[in-house]
Design a protein around this ligand. Structure first.
Ligand SMILES: Nc1nc2c(c(=O)[nH]1)N[C@H]1C(S)=C(S)[C@@H](COP(=O)(O)O)O[C@H]1N2
Ligand SMILES: [Mo]
Length: 440
């Protein structure tokens, strides 16, 4: 967390009628009303110092910081973050002999806003990142269609494009780590970082399928990749005709190799795995393929041991990132709790926060824009009294889908099941400000 809040004393907060739930949660509009903005106080002091530094001749002399005494460095062809941000990096372990297989995670706890920088988008590769020459890559649409079609990059680029901000979340996100008997003492990015959000631009899949002419018997589209995993997944035809796009751009630039260069199928809100990267073929069919990744993997194992296939939409979910493991508190005072919420079925309707282990809840402010199937930032002011606290968030989407506590979530499935994990994340704040991961 940043510096502790220096705001007004507690009795003034109570005068405002700001405490809305137990253990110091304040009304979401308190910061907007002003008067309690601790950061504002600190900012003004800092601003005054800076003004003094640039405004007086002697400050530009000996007292000036070194970066004011020499010209800055030159231009770069492709910019990089400040060198002070070195720890803001993807989180991963490489298994020797399996260098390209596995995943890296987004360091969610170090980021703000909702867009994941391209270099920090999580990665999940089943057989490494292929080096595809876009001039030799083609997309084939065939199967139950009137006219099989082949698209080169040049021909695809001539179609009308759309831009949407959408998250991608791996079906395995959070699950493995939360399946451990003891809560892992690792960062929010380690636990929940198979999750990223980008502005994607591409061609609506429905446009291409309409041109091919889909047969009336068709119900599925089998998407196949051009990497060495030759992954395939069955996509319901309704989704292909709804909001699916063939994504070519990610946050304004060509989609990164890690994300599927030169193209991937983007199925908003659906589990990560089905968003096939390095897409080469779409086969329209009456039946699903029952491919490996939709039968042995990424399906839900129920308490009776049977598998539920094709649970494709990710649930409503959220987590607090400030504070979180490694993002500690620095003394009692007013803080802004900040985190992310999302749902695979639409918009986030509300996020509730508890600071007393789920006994009482306060509604967080949602930062605009609140977009469908995109990450939404939530915030709530908190007067921390320096006592032990259990903080947690609970998202509800526009269809009423919400989050369960971990035990209730686990009771829905077979014992070791981990896919589609969306239970409530709880952080414990100790009197010294240290934050740890706990099961509630
Ligand atoms: N061709 C191909 N597509 C793939 C994968 C892969 O290994 N190969 N991994 C899948 C999985 S499991 C996930 S979670 C997402 C991850 O997308 P990202 O690497 O862009 O974050 O891509 C999916 N698409
Ligand atoms: Mo995944």
């Amino acid at each position: 967390m940043g510096a502790p809040a220096v705001g007004k004393p507690k009795n003034e907060i109570e005068k405002l009628g700001a405490a809305v739930a137990g253990n110091g949660l304040l009304h979401r509009r308190v910061f907007l009303q002003g008067g309690l903005i601790a950061g504002g106080g600190a900012l003004m002091a800092g601003g005054a110092q800076a003004a003094a530094a640039v405004g007086t001749a002697e400050a530009v002399g000996t007292a000036a910081p070194p970066w004011m005494k020499v010209p800055g460095r030159s231009f770069t062809a492709y910019g990089m973050p400040a060198r002070w941000q070195e720890n803001v990096a993807r989180i991963f372990n490489i298994v020797p002999g399996r260098e390209g297989v596995g995943s890296s995670r987004t360091p969610l706890h170090y980021l703000e806003g909702t867009i994941t920088p391209n270099g920090l988008h999580f990665e999940r590769h089943h057989n490494g990142i292929p080096d595809i020459d876009p001039n030799r890559h083609e997309l084939l649409i065939h199967g139950l269609v009137d006219r099989p079609l082949i698209f080169t990059m040049d021909s695809l680029m001539r179609y009308p494009m759309e831009t949407h901000i959408r998250f991608i979340e791996c079906a395995g996100n959070s699950g493995n780590i939360n399946n451990r008997p003891e809560p892992a003492q690792v960062s929010a990015g380690d636990i929940h970082g198979l999750l990223s959000c980008s502005e994607w631009t591409g061609v609506r899949l429905a446009t291409l399928l309409d041109e091919a002419g889909v047969d009336r018997a068709a119900r599925w589209v089998i998407a196949e990749s051009a990497d060495a995993a030759a992954m395939s997944r069955s996509v319901p035809l309704w989704k292909c005709m709804d909001d699916a796009i063939i994504a070519l751009y990610q946050n304004g630039e060509a989609i990164r190799p890690e994300q599927g260069y030169p193209m991937r199928i983007l199925l908003p809100g659906f589990e990560g795995n089905i968003n096939v990267k390095w897409l080469r073929r779409l086969k329209v069919s009456a039946e699903p393929a029952y491919a490996r990744d939709e039968t042995s993997k990424y399906s839900d194992i129920m308490p009776d041991g049977r598998a539920r296939l094709f649970t494709l939409e990710m649930g409503a979910k959220s987590m607090i990132l400030r504070p979180s493991f490694g993002i500690n508190m620095s003394g009692p005072g007013v803080y802004e709790i900040s985190g992310l919420a999302w749902s695979g079925t639409g918009r986030v309707a509300k996020v509730e926060i508890s600071a007393d282990g789920g006994t009482s809840w306060a509604e967080a402010a949602l930062t605009e824009p609140i977009l469908s199937k995109a990450l939404t930032r939530f915030r709530l002011p908190w007067q921390w009294d320096g006592q032990p606290a259990l903080v947690m968030s609970r998202a509800t989407d526009e269809h009423g889908n919400t989050q369960l506590f971990r035990d209730a979530w686990r009771a829905q499935y077979a014992p070791r099941h981990t896919y589609h994990y969306n239970a409530i994340q709880t952080w414990s704040v100790a009197p010294d400000g240290q934050v740890s991961n706990v099961y509630v």
